[in-house]
Design a binder for this molecule. Structure first.
Ligand code: 5GP
Ligand code: ZN
Length: 179
């Protein structure tokens, strides 16, 4: 499992640093945040050292979010909270203090006075909103297309393999006929 020596969460994942674990499986770990926003605040991490969500392979991201969903359910029941915030700081400029991918699950209670991620709300000028919409849209690959390409490549590889083994069989037959 690839760990980084100077990473606190890698040390937690390897149990070199103590943490209060609430869930663990082969690839993920969930433990109580040492400075909780509310009691029951949990961090879910990958065991591998992966810096942020964008570097996480898509298949692992799916698994990651399914773990988050399960853990969140448990937290909600255990803390009898009214709601939950799922927070993910991605990169230093977004407030990510520990560069090892993690998701915060924070139980919320009516009037708990907690204020999370209060952001200013600006506005677009003229047609700017359309330009930004189109630019972002053009940079998001359609997953189905990626899948199709992968499927085609796998099919071609299988066909090549079948061809190779057919050739191999013909070759063996010829050799036994000669002998
Ligand atoms: P970030 O700002 O990177 O999204 O959040 C990092 C979180 O890790 C913070 O909420 C902080 O309280 C928590 N944290 C930092 N060091 C430790 C530690 O050694 N153990 C635990 N359990 N949590 C930690
Ligand atoms: Zn790490």
């Amino acid at each position: 499992m690839p760990f980084a020596d100077d990473c606190i969460f890698c040390q937690i994942a390897q149990k070199k640093i103590q943490s209060n674990i609430v869930y663990e499986d082969e690839n993920f770990l969930a433990f109580l945040d040492i400075h909780p926003a509310n009691k029951g605040h949990v961090l879910v991490i990958t065991k591998n050292h992966i810096e942020d969500l964008l570097k996480l392979p898509e298949e692992q991201a799916k698994e990651f979010f399914s773990v988050v969903q399960r853990v969140a359910n448990g937290i909600k029941i255990a803390t009898n909270s009214d709601a939950l915030n799922i927070v993910q700081n991605n990169g230093a400029a977004a407030g990510q203090a520990i560069p090892h991918v993690h998701i915060h699950i924070i139980p919320r209670f009516e009037k708990d006075g907690l204020s999370l991620g209060v952001f200013r709300q600006g506005k677009y000028e003229g047609n700017e909103i359309l330009a930004i919409r189109d630019l972002i849209k053009s940079k998001i690959p359609e997953k189905r297309i990626e899948r199709k390409i992968q499927e085609i490549e796998e099919k071609e590889e299988k066909q090549k393999e079948q061809k190779r083994s057919a050739q191999h069989i013909r070759h063996i037959r010829r050799e036994t006929e000669i002998a």
